[in-house]
Design a protein. Structure first.
Length: 396
């Protein structure tokens, strides 16, 4: 049976595969060489190809002597055709937890597990603004720092930031937006995060930069936002919606609806699928427990009957491909440090996460949507984009 599976993936691999099995047998004579060292790995891959491969790769039971990205592109093409969606069962479990009132607690733990790995870890491979979301590249030689700054400036422009606005950032990360905006405009900003490390990092930056009167940060779940008793005319959420979870998107929009002023603008920046599709089980188990990549149709459906009016949509899919490649390049540069602190298995897990995510954007399994909504119908927004999407060459 493994022969048939290898043949399927090999057909889809540029240059073909040559797979060496634990019993010494070699299948295929392609240029991408794969060595499976453990027979248990073979059994697990046959049972569940995506999870079996991911776990074996992390443990070092599989070596790819060639290009991991090229191999994963072939795997995606194979899995797209074969895999069934298990997300329904998971969403059922989450909904039971929600009814029991445990969900916020579970979500907090899930989110902290990822973001509280250590600010030192993230600073090794994120840009200096510590932005952990898709950047916008407008030229080939742009640095990651510049591309992240350009992304932020596009967001400010879309939100039509003006002196006197009040801006909320839901899932503010290490605060790149809430800390920058008051330096550019006379605007008060508020950010929320579930990560203690991020919260403390922002707190100390607020003090160091003397921004106490302009910036506030809360360690808070988005569902608790109404308890602030405040309204905002500009709201942004970048790379957080992926944590909301299947069946919870409407709850999220209801909260945003409640805390927004009429006539305000809300920019939602999220990874998405065009239509509901298979989710990666390996990513959900090892990288983003509880995460769910929403489909565009699910996002829009979740706003039904609320006050949101869709103004604009962008898809920055290949910009995320390039962002992930930049992160991975930096991550590789710190290989020894990461292994020393977190171990070889952790390194391989993150290598696979960064590479498979890049491949997911390259192969259009995932997209990056920016949706701009007004609260109520607003007609005085610009109707021309200021940029043309750069060619694929820029984003490779
Ligand atoms: C991928 S990071 C993006 C951070 C930042 N927006 C950026 O672009 O760099 C996701 C952020 O969402 C936050 N988050 C996830 N679930 C949340 C929730 N239920 N309530 C509030 N924040 C949440 C995390 O703590 C983290 O700060």
């Amino acid at each position: 049976m493994i022969d048939a599976l290898i043949e399927e993936v090999s057909k889809r691999t540029e240059g073909g595969l040559c797979v060496e099995l634990p019993d010494g047998r070699a299948i295929g004579n392609g240029t991408c060489r794969v060595r499976i060292k453990d027979s248990k790995a073979v059994r697990n891959i046959l049972r569940n190809p995506e999870m079996g491969f991911g776990e074996a790769y992390m443990k070092g039971d599989i070596e790819i002597n060639g290009d991991l990205e090229r191999f994963l592109i072939a795997c995606v093409s194979y899995l797209k055709e074969k895999e069934s969606d298990k997300s329904f069962r998971n969403s059922l479990i989450r909904n039971i937890l929600k009814v029991l009132g445990f969900l916020k607690f579970v979500e907090g733990k899930e989110v902290r597990k990822h973001y509280d790995l250590g600010n030192d870890f993230y600073s090794l491979w994120l840009d200096s603004s510590m932005t952990y979301s898709c950047a916008f590249f407008s030229s080939k030689d742009q640095s990651l720092e510049e591309a992240q700054a350009e992304k932020r400036s596009i967001i400010y422009e879309k939100l039509q930031l003006t002196d006197g606005d009040k801006l909320l950032d839901i899932g503010c990360g290490w605060g790149s937006i809430i800390l920058e905006v008051p330096k550019l405009y006379n605007i008060q900003t508020v950010g929320i995060t579930l990560s203690k490390n991020q919260y403390e990092y922002i707190k100390s930056k607020i003090e160091r930069e003397g921004l106490q009167d302009k910036v506030r940060v809360y360690l808070m779940h988005y569902e608790d936002l109404p308890s602030l008793g405040e309204k905002f005319n500009k709201v942004v959420s970048v790379g957080m919606f992926e944590h909301v979870g299947k069946g919870r998107h409407r709850t999220f929009f209801k909260v945003v609806d409640r805390i927004m002023d009429d006539g305000g603008l809300f920019l939602l920046h999220t990874i998405g699928k065009v239509l509901p599709e298979t989710q990666s089980q390996w990513i959900r188990k090892y990288i983003f427990p509880g995460g769910y990549i929403p489909a565009l149709t699910e996002i829009l459906q979740a706003t039904k009957g609320l006050g949101f009016n869709l103004i604009d949509i962008d898809n920055w899919r290949l910009h995320y491909y390039r962002t992930l490649k930049e992160w991975r390049k930096r991550f590789y540069q710190h290989r020894e440090k990461v292994i020393q602190k977190y171990g070889e298995e952790f390194f391989r897990m993150w290598e696979l996460y960064l590479t498979s995510s890049a491949v997911s954007f390259l192969t259009a399994s995932n997209h990056l949507f920016q949706l701009l909504f007004s609260k109520g119908v607003v007609n005085d927004y610009p109707i021309m984009k200021r940029y043309f999407l750069p060619a694929y060459e820029v984003l490779k």
